[in-house]
Ligand binder design. Structure first.
Ligand SMILES: [Fe+2]
Length: 367
């Protein structure tokens, strides 16, 4: 987070937000402000995740209902390394549907929408957490398949221009190309693309975190993540790193700081915040702290998503769990890239708060 960005966020902290979707002409979220929305109920469906466990425990917990999707006669869910959500919220008589992230492959995303009875044509907004293939992979396919069938002017919210940069993961043994999402191609299919570097209200019910200040001293972006530097002045030029000066020429692979990654949050009435990190490269604790700061709401009902701690050393996992204890959420729902190391640590520290992940899980928050 660059200093200017941080100051901008500070200016909107305490319960006021940019209102999404009102300045599509410029492609940027509006500076207009609004109070944090409060919803009566949120039904979060994990459309695609890394695992599909038909024996995962279901039922009523203290303040949430957990439902699972059994094997079906007309089709079964598919799991893959990817993440996608359907988020349906209610505020009085008003219902809203948001699709968050779009997994890796068209095959799995489309199959699971069908099995779960999700109609993308009813979506009021789309949100993309960041520019990795396991989150945007099937978005171009969805835009193609739904061209003319999405709601008119449907907006996809991204956290920054770097969402559309070429990314890779480079380890000593392999290089995984994460590809590059083509923004003009999405727009050519009729989607409006809005960048939301500041906290932004989505469809009147949810809000995005905006770009996430790194406030913890132990959360770091994955060391293997790389971004291909673009020409000076382009969205992928080294200037996207803000105050951090990077010496790079176009075509160089530079460490990826995930400047434009954002989290999606709901404020559920009488419960608190449900913070969905998606992949959490900005740090799950940083993400929760930013949602609290941006909304002015301290109570966290649930921390949901990929926490990206699978490759993390035990010390970082322990510090994360200690931070969870300080945040004191009612539930932790670790998915995708969280890692068994962290799931086991959460289970040990707060067994009653843990909801195990599985593709097809539906969690109802609120009344
Ligand atoms: Fe991911």
């Amino acid at each position: 987070m660059d200093r200017r960005g941080f100051l901008t966020l500070a200016a909107v902290a305490g319960g006021t937000f940019a209102l999404g979707g009102v300045s599509r002409m410029t492609g940027r979220a509006a500076a207009q402000t609004s109070a944090v929305p409060v919803v009566d109920r949120l039904v979060m469906t994990n459309v695609v995740d890394n695992v599909y466990d038909v024996f995962a425990k279901a039922g009523r917990l203290d303040t949430v209902m957990v439902q699972r999707t059994p094997l079906g006669r007309t089709g079964t869910l598919l799991a893959e390394h990817g993440l996608a959500y359907h988020l349906e919220s209610q505020r009085g008589a008003e219902r809203r549907e948001i699709l968050l992230d779009f997994s890796l492959t068209e095959k799995n995303l489309f199959n699971n929408y069908a099995v779960l009875g999700i109609d993308a044509g009813k979506a009021d907004a789309l949100v993309l957490s960041h520019g990795h293939l396991d989150h945007y992979g099937a978005l171009p396919d969805l835009a193609r398949a739904m061209q003319g069938r999405f709601r008119p002017g449907l907006t996809v919210y991204a956290g920054g221009e770097d969402t559309f940069c070429h990314r890779l993961v480079v380890t000593p043994t392999a290089t995984v190309d994460q590809g590059q999402l083509d923004r003009p191609a999405l727009e050519a299919r009729g989607l409006a693309v809005v960048l939301a570097p500041q906290p932004t209200v989505i469809a009147g019910h949810a809000f995005t975190s905006g770009q996430i200040p790194r406030v913890t001293d132990f959360e770091r972006p994955p060391a293997a993540a790389r971004l291909e530097a673009g020409p000076a002045g382009s969205a992928c030029s080294p200037t996207h790193f803000g105050d951090i000066k990077v010496e790079a020429k176009p075509g160089d692979f530079v460490p990826d700081l995930f400047q434009g990654e954002h989290a999606t949050t709901y404020h559920v009435k009488d419960r608190g915040l449900v913070v969905i990190t998606s992949c959490g490269h900005a740090g799950v604790v940083n993400s929760v702290r930013q949602a609290q700061k941006a909304s002015g709401v301290q109570k966290v009902h649930a921390i949901v998503g990929g926490f990206h701690l699978a490759p993390a050393p035990d010390e970082i996992v322990a510090k994360t769990v200690e931070a969870f204890k300080a945040i004191d959420p009612d539930y932790v729902i670790p998915m995708h890239c969280t890692g068994w190391n962290t799931i086991m640590a959460v289970h040990q520290a707060m067994p009653k708060k843990l909801v195990m992940p599985s593709t097809g899980t539906r969690v109802t928050f609120g009344a």
